[in-house]
Structures are given as structure tokens and as C-alpha cells.
Design a protein around this ligand. Structure first.
Ligand SMILES: NC(=O)c1ccc[n+]([C@@H]2O[C@H](COP(=O)([O-])OP(=O)(O)OC[C@H]3O[C@@H](n4cnc5c(N)ncnc54)[C@H](O)[C@@H]3O)[C@@H](O)[C@H]2O)c1
Ligand SMILES: O=C(O)C(=O)C[C@@H](O)[C@H](O)[C@H](O)COP(=O)(O)O
Ligand SMILES: [Zn+2]
Length: 385
């Protein structure tokens, strides 16, 4: 794994951090985190960045017509600003708007996007821009992965969850009736532009959902982040909000760079997800992803406590951390349903499934167990979390 500080560019960069073990410097507004995939790309985090995205895209030599894909909540708030920014850099953008919500992460909506691109004669020289939360990011990325066998795309995450997780790493997908993200591809973006100012309009429930993924990172060997959140739960007003976003992105960038296509270590980013996908499906996708992840983490922590050596005090602290962020930690969903859903987990292979389990303070491990063993262990956990 590489760890290095990059030289600041001639833009007003007050802190620059690349993939590595060091946390980004605190109390600085502008961050550049390089994700060392092949090719590498940069996550820009900066207040007011939406207004200068066009300039940054020109600097990256992004060509052609940008097609902004957004949703019915985010589009009315931010598409005009983005269009102006692109026009100021001599781009001629198009805008395509999806209905907001997880239901839109579907093959049907994907087909609508692809037909829109074809109807407007979009070519491989053009670029898609995902302006929205994880739903818009995932479906736009997948459209970019497959349209004309692949065109460029840029991520502009507008939810906390998309900023800390979904806009980085190139997992793109839509859902199938059988489960979450079952039709997708790995496709890294050209760049990620993250403007924390847009979080002011994010509904509280969605901010809390984003905290589900933020808490996840505290159990992936991030002592600084764990300390920060334990001391003071994250809120939209937190003075360290940008720092937290940057630390999550740096953690994800580090893991993705080491294992881009999830052959091993990247599975750690799936902490909580083996059960979360089933919880979301059971709710007909009305339960926000981050809430389902929180319950999934709590259940995995209980397994860690009962079977894999997580000390009781640390288990209790983890549950407190989730609760302090107003996240749920229990579920009434029948275990059989969750176990059936877990059979579609992408970490499942034959009769076994690899689960991610917190095993010590701020640390999780990949553990492969037979589905039958998981069923036994979870029976106890579901009634005891
Ligand atoms: N690709 C990955 O690595 C990855 C990682 C984590 C999650 N995901 C996926 O991301 C999705 C969840 O993302 P999400 O929580 O962002 O959901 P989302 O995209 O549905 O956004 C949540 C809601 O907030 C609205 N919204 C977003 N930004 C806003 C803003 N600034 N102001 C006002 N409203 C705003 C959206 O319109 C939507 O109604 C799930 O499908 C999940 O599977 C993918
Ligand atoms: O980037 C990853 O790797 C993740 O697993 C991040 C997760 O937060 C995200 O929800 C991802 O989309 C889940 O992927 P899946 O492979 O379980 O569908
Ligand atoms: Zn997730």
C-alpha cells in the first residue's frame, strides 16, 4: 500500500492527502484524495465546488457533451448551478432526471437512460455526470460502464452516504427482483467532485443513513475516526464534517486501491451488508440503505461478541455509537428471510459465505462460514442484540 503526500496544485489547496495510513489534516476545507486504481483519479472535496466543476473538468481534459443524470429531488435544487458551471467552461450539457428513490435503481430505468443517450447521439467522446445520491451514482456508473461498451463518467455526490462511500471505488449496479446490486460492473469514475455545501438540503433521515456507512469505517482500522465519532456524534453542523468525509474517502481509497475488484480485502467494505441487503429488500426498499447497514453491523458485532472474541465492552461501545447516531440496531424481520437473501450475497460461494465481523476495538475480520453455521449463530444474535 502506498502512502504519500502529493504536492499541492496551483489551486488553493490547504490540505492534500493520498491513499495511506495518515489521516488528513484537521480543520482545512479543501482536500484532494487520489484513488490509486488503474487509471488513478482524484476525489476533490471543497465547499462551493459545484460552481467550478466545469473548470475542473476542462483541466482534466474531459471532452464532448456532458450528460447530467440526476433525480427529482436533487435536480431542481442543483442541476441549474451545475449546468451554469459547465456552460461557463464551454460545455453544452444535457440533463436527464430519474424519479428519486431506490426503486429507480432498476433495469427499466437503466434502459431509459441508455435510450436517452442513444436518442441524443451521445458517443464515447462524451461523458456522464452523476449528480445525486448513491442511487443516481450507481445507475449512472453502470450506464457508463455499458453504453457503447463504456464511456467516461464523473461523480458529484450530494448525499452524505454518496460522499463517504458510493461515489468512490467504482462499484456500479442496478437491483434485480432477487436482490440488491445483482446486475452491475466495476467502472471507476474519471473524477469525484464533492461539495459539502449541498448537504444543507439533505433530509435529516438521509443524513442519519449516511452515518451508517460512516460508522462502518470506524471498524475498518481507523482509530482517528473512531475517536472523533466516539467523542462527538456527527451532525450536519459538526465542525469536523469535512474531516470525517475525507477520512472515510481516504479509508475507502486505500482499500479499493489494494483490491479493486473485491478478490479479498475489499470485502471488508461490505461490513453489515450481508444482512443489510435482505433488510432493504424485505422493506420493499423503503428502509434507507444506511439504516439497514447499521442493523447489519449490530448483528455482526453480536456474532463477534458471542463467537469471535469481540470483548463485551467493545461490543457495547459499538452499539452505543450506532445509537448515538440515531441508527437502528435491531430488526423484526424473520431470520429465514434474511438468510435466504444472504444466499445472493456476492461473498457467498457454494455452501459457504464470507462475513465481516468486528473482532476487536475498531477492527473487523473476514470469516468464512457455512450458511448453516451462520443460521445457527444468528438465531441467538437476533433475539439478543
Ligand atoms: N457503489 C457503492 O460503493 C455504494 C456504496 C454505498 C451505497 N451504495 C448504494 O447507494 C444507494 C444509497 O444512496 P443514498 O443514501 O445516497 O440514497 P439516494 O440516492 O436515494 O439519496 C437519498 C435521498 O436523498 C435525496 N438527496 C440526495 N442528495 C440530496 C441533497 N443534497 N439535498 C436534498 N435531497 C438530496 C435523494 O433524492 C433521495 O431522495 C443504495 O442504492 C446503495 O446500495 C453504493
Ligand atoms: O465499495 C464496496 O466494496 C462496498 O461494499 C461498499 C458498500 O457500502 C456498498 O453498499 C456496495 O454497493 C455493496 O456492494 P455489494 O457488492 O454488496 O452489492
Ligand atoms: Zn453500503
Amino acid at each position: 500500500m502506498k502512502s504519500s503526500l502529493h504536492h499541492p496544485t496551483n489551486e488553493s489547496v490547504t490540505a492534500t492527502h493520498t491513499v495511506g495510513t495518515e489521516a488528513p489534516a484537521l480543520h482545512s476545507d479543501t482536500r484532494r484524495i487520489v484513488v490509486h486504481t488503474e487509471p488513478a483519479y482524484t476525489v476533490h472535496i471543497e465547499h462551493g465546488l459545484l460552481a467550478t466543476v466545469g473548470h475542473h473538468m476542462r483541466a482534466l481534459a474531459v471532452t464532448g457533451h456532458p450528460v447530467i443524470i440526476t433525480d427529482t429531488h436533487v435536480g431542481p435544487l442543483y442541476a441549474d448551478s451545475l449546468v451554469s458551471s459547465l456552460q461557463a467552461a464551454d460545455y453544452e450539457p444535457l440533463v436527464y432526471t430519474l424519479p428519486a428513490g431506490e426503486e429507480s435503481k432498476s433495469p427499466e430505468q437503466l434502459l431509459h437512460i441508455l435510450n436517452f443517450l442513444a436518442d441524443h447521439c451521445i458517443t464515447r467522446r462524451d461523458v456522464l455526470i452523476a449528480l445525486g445520491g448513491g442511487v443516481v451514482g450507481d445507475i449512472t456508473g453502470f450506464a457508463a460502464a455499458t453504453y457503447m461498451r463504456g464511456i467516461a463518467y464523473v461523480q458529484i455526490p450530494t448525499s452524505l452516504l454518496a460522499m463517504v462511500d458510493s461515489s468512490v471505488g467504482g462499484k456500479t449496479a442496478v437491483n434485480l427482483p432477487a436482490g440488491k446490486n445483482l446486475w452491475g460492473a466495476f467502472k471507476q469514475p474519471r473524477a469525484v467532485f464533492c461539495d459539502p455545501d449541498v448537504l444543507h438540503t439533505l433530509p435529516r433521515e438521509e443524513f442519519i443513513g449516511g452515518c451508517g456507512e460512516v460508522v462502518k469505517y470506524t471498524f475498518l482500522d481507523n482509530p482517528a475516526l473512531l475517536g472523533l465519532l466516539t467523542k462527538e456524534p456527527l451532525t450536519p453542523q459538526s465542525s469536523h464534517l469535512t474531516d470525517v468525509i475525507a477520512q472515510c474517502v481516504a479509508a475507502k481509497a486505500r482499500i479499493v486501491a489494494a483490491d479493486e475488484t473485491e478478490q479479498g480485502q475489499r470485502q471488508l467494505l461490505n461490513l453489515g451488508h450481508t444482512l443489510a441487503h435482505g433488510l432493504e429488500k424485505y422493506s420493499h426498499y423503503t428502509m434507507p440503505h444506511g439504516y439497514a447497514v447499521a442493523i447489519g453491523i449490530a448483528l455482526m458485532a453480536h456474532l463477534g461478541f458471542t463467537h469471535y472474541g469481540l470483548p463485551a465492552e467493545e461490543y457495547r461501545q459499538l452499539i452505543e455509537l450506532l445509537r448515538a447516531h440515531h441508527l437502528p440496531v435491531t430488526t423484526e424481520v424473520p431470520l429465514d428471510y434474511l438468510l435466504e437473501a444472504a444466499r445472493h450475497d456476492k461473498k457467498s460461494h457454494g455452501l459457504d459465505v464470507t462475513i465481516i465481523v468486528p473482532t476487536s476495538h475498531g477492527h473487523s475480520e473476514r470469516i468464512t462460514v457455512p450458511h448453516a453455521t451462520l443460521a445457527e449463530q444468528l438465531t441467538a444474535s437476533l433475539s439478543n442484540v
